[in-house]
Write a protein that binds this ligand. Structure first.
Ligand code: F0G
Length: 366
């Protein structure tokens, strides 16, 4: 059976004898070394933390398992959240796994189709609100304060407790904290959670240093960068289309204590990074995830010297979450082919020549 984050990091979490040690196999995600962009951008060492490998395809599962376990420990039978898609999919999955009633509010028109289909499959109560994510979050906060449901947005402190385990894993894999941690910022829970994780690990001596936290928002949804809420956030990266982040102050603390920055990248930069990540590295992340990679691209092209630095980019969710955008963003042609070997050979003549492949020596066995 999978270990899960509750068991793997129980000494750093608020686990009691009554906490149900549930797991759907979250955590222990791959840290993959770049083979192309690292050289292209002159980075000493560049790694991708593949959070899309979690059970529901995003980092949310780390926090959700902790929030749901604590909700059950406290006798709650219903959980609730507002979401740009991934939190709702994760809540609905863990809710289904644990037999809880799950209620999710999503902003109309702002949730990628893969996340919507996924959330619906788990069978929660889904409400589509004619508003932004920020307004939906306000509504669930007010509702949960008044009714017997557990709020599982990242304002629930157990969510961040669970999510901090990703920072532990980065240190466990690299042997120490990296120099820089690049991460997309939406509601700002995850940057807060990573910073907490890095701090706790260095406090107990498991890491000798702490990274600079490099958070990136989308330009059209960059309240922290602008210093004021954005009433009508706009970005192709729907997961981080957030105008008034709940963990705003905590994100500033992470930035300032670590000596990092919170910057903005344009949709064009996000999409360039998104395409490069998939086509040059084989890593298919969702657009919001590409904001972290776009951050490295923007800074390195802008002259920041990363040549001696160890850099980790958090790829927060899988590209499968947003199949419509994926199809729009590719220029890979689909070629029709009659079902005949000769046609296949004709069609691939150019391709093989282009790849530098040599003709196959005969094996003699036919
Ligand atoms: N990347 C992805 C794929 C996300 O789904 C989110 C947030 C973020 C980055 C930003 O993380 O909010 O902690 O700063 N998604 C939330 C949701 C808002 O409802 O699924 P954050």
């Amino acid at each position: 059976m999978s270990e899960g984050v509750l068991r793997r990091y129980r000494e750093f979490l608020e686990i009691t004898a009554r906490t149900p040690m549930i797991t759907m196999g979250e955590g222990s995600t791959p840290l993959v070394r770049s083979r192309y962009l690292e050289k292209a951008w002159g980075v000493g060492e560049l790694y991708f933390k593949l959070e899309g490998c979690n059970p529901t395809g995003s980092f949310k599962d780390r926090g959700m398992v902790m929030a749901v376990a604590k909700a059950m420990e406290m006798g709650s039978t219903a959980i609730m959240c507002a979401s740009t898609g991934n939190t709702s999919a994760s809540a609905a999955a863990y809710g289904a796994y644990c037999g809880l009633t799950t209620i999710v509010l999503v902003p109309r028109g702002d949730v990628a189709s893969g996340k919507m289909a996924q959330a619906m499959a788990y069978g929660p109560k889904i409400m589509v609100v004619d508003s932004t994510f920020d307004q939906a979050l306000k509504m669930v906060r007010a509702f949960a304060a008044k009714h017997p449901v557990t709020l599982v947005n990242s304002v629930n402190p157990y969510r961040l407790e669970g999510q901090k385990t990703a920072a532990f894993e980065v240190v466990d894999d690299l042997g120490d904290a990296p120099d820089y941690l690049f991460i997309p910022v939406g509601n700002a829970g995850n940057i807060t959670a990573y910073w907490k994780g890095f701090r706790e690990y260095s406090d107990v001596g498991r890491a000798k240093r702490r990274p600079k936290m490099m958070g990136f928002q989308a330009e059209g949804a960059a309240p922290i960068v602008r210093g004021e809420p954005v009433l009508e956030p706009r970005t192709v990266a729907s997961a981080i289309k957030i105008g008034n982040p709940a963990s705003w102050k905590e994100a500033l603390v992470a930035r300032d204590e670590s000596g990092g920055i919170i910057g903005a990248v344009s949709d064009e930069e996000i999409l360039t990074a998104y395409r490069l990540l998939a086509s040059k590295e084989g890593v298919f992340g969702e657009p919001a995830s590409a904001a972290s990679v776009a951050g490295v691209m923007k800074l390195s092209k802008g002259g920041v010297d990363f040549s001696r630095a160890q850099v980790v980019c958090v790829i927060t969710g899988t590209g499968l979450k947003d199949p419509d955008l994926a199809s729009q963003q590719t220029d890979t042609p689909l070629q029709r082919l009659p079902p005949e070997m000769e046609a296949l050979e004709r069609a691939l003549e150019e391709v093989l020549r282009g790849s530098g492949a040599r003709s196959r020596p005969s094996t003699g066995s036919g």
